[in-house]
Design a protein around this ligand. Structure first.
Ligand SMILES: Cc1cc2nc3c(=O)[nH]c(=O)nc-3n(C[C@H](O)[C@H](O)[C@H](O)COP(=O)(O)OP(=O)(O)OC[C@H]3O[C@@H](n4cnc5c(N)ncnc54)[C@H](O)[C@@H]3O)c2cc1C
Length: 304
């Protein structure tokens, strides 16, 4: 029998066993996991179902030296047709909400905005209704500082719990939230969960407010998209800017600027390359027309 004398193998063995338990898909196409329904293949994808598994996958990918991308609901992502030369750590199964005290929740990063709001309504906790209808996870919304109706999640975030080989916490201040940006976008750490402030409110009131936010979305374009493609230039709406350059409906039948909301580019059977070409063309035309440089809100992944 061979005896290894170099050190304690138990942690290595345990993490290998744990990694084996994590759902792994070899045949992962971004087109199946993004709201744009576009994008090619990744080398592999992992779907951890709890934080211990997620950290094990993170450690494994980090040590392997392989590129990896943390994917949540893919609602702000345009992945290349040629896919991604790396692995995917998908957070969608990291779901759960814990009431910490009367006005604080801890929300696991893969929890959807919709299920968080159902929890809030059942438990009479208000303050997050503006998230209604955003087709995203709380981790994704925190990373992007998402929101609606002039409110952003940064106004509810107390702190964010992260992992990059070690557990650490960023206070709201240290997240450096700005418009559609946070420190989390730059550090490739896993957002494990978010502490959010809420306040007691009646379920009826919460339901009514959620309904009001949802009804505003009835006028949003239908079809495959990533929501708003561009950030709003300072003091202006990107959609109105694009419309004023007469680009409503611009593009082809396969990929076009939505006449309902010009900041949406709809995929109607296009490739990711066609959508990217249209994004570039809209940027050029807006610059030539008004001298305004539009900046993408959508995240581009892979080679274009
Ligand atoms: C129809 C439609 C309507 C939309 N309306 C709105 C709106 O009203 N307001 C708004 O702000 N946005 C809106 N969006 C855009 C999108 O929903 C947001 O940008 C959202 O924040 C993306 O969240 P996600 O869970 O889909 O994240 P993904 O798109 O999967 O990822 C977004 C970014 O977050 C990172 N990320 C996600 N989770 C983690 C994690 N756990 N740890 C580390 N990094 C992570 C990813 O790496 C990526 O960089 C809309 C999109 C669509 C399709």
């Amino acid at each position: 029998m061979l005896l290894y004398r170099g050190g304690n193998l138990r942690p290595l063995f345990e993490s290998a066993v744990l990694l084996n338990r994590v759902e792994r898909r070899e045949n992962f196409f971004f087109s199946d996991y993004t709201t744009y329904h576009l994008g090619g293949r990744a080398k592999a994808a992992y779907f951890p179902s709890n934080l211990v598994e997620a950290k094990t996958v993170y450690d494994y990918l980090k040590k392997s030296g392989e590129n990896f991308f943390i994917l949540a609901n893919g609602s702000n992502l345009l992945a290349s047709d040629s896919g991604y030369d790396g692995a995917v750590l998908c957070t969608k199964k990291l779901k759960g909400v814990v009431r910490v005290d009367a006005d604080t929740l801890f929300v696991l990063s893969g929890t959807s905005a919709g299920s968080l709001l159902r929890y809030c309504e059942c438990n009479g906790l208000g303050g997050l209704e503006y998230l209604a209808g955003i087709p995203a996870t709380i981790g994704g919304i925190a990373c992007m500082n998402g929101g609606a109706g002039g409110r952003y999640i940064s106004s509810n975030i107390i702190s964010v719990r992260l992992y990059n080989g070690k557990d650490f916490v960023l206070s709201n201040k240290n997240c450096n939230f700005t418009y559609k940006h946070s420190t989390m976008r730059d550090i490739n750490a896993l957002i494990c969960g978010v502490f959010l402030s809420v306040f007691p409110d009646s379920p009826q009131n919460i339901k009514a407010q959620v309904g009001r936010y949802l009804s505003k979305r009835e006028f949003h374009p239908k079809g495959y998209s990533c929501g708003c493609v561009f950030k709003n230039p300072s003091g202006m709406s990107a959609g109105a800017v694009i419309e004023s350059c007469r680009l409503s409906g611009y593009g082809s039948e396969r990929a076009f600027v939505s006449p309902k909301h010009c900041n949406f580019i709809i995929n109607n059977g296009a490739t990711a390359g066609e959508v990217k070409a249209l994004i570039d063309s809209v940027k050029r035309k807006v610059f030539n027309c008004l001298g305004i440089v539009l900046e993408e809100e959508v995240i581009l992944l892979g080679d274009f």
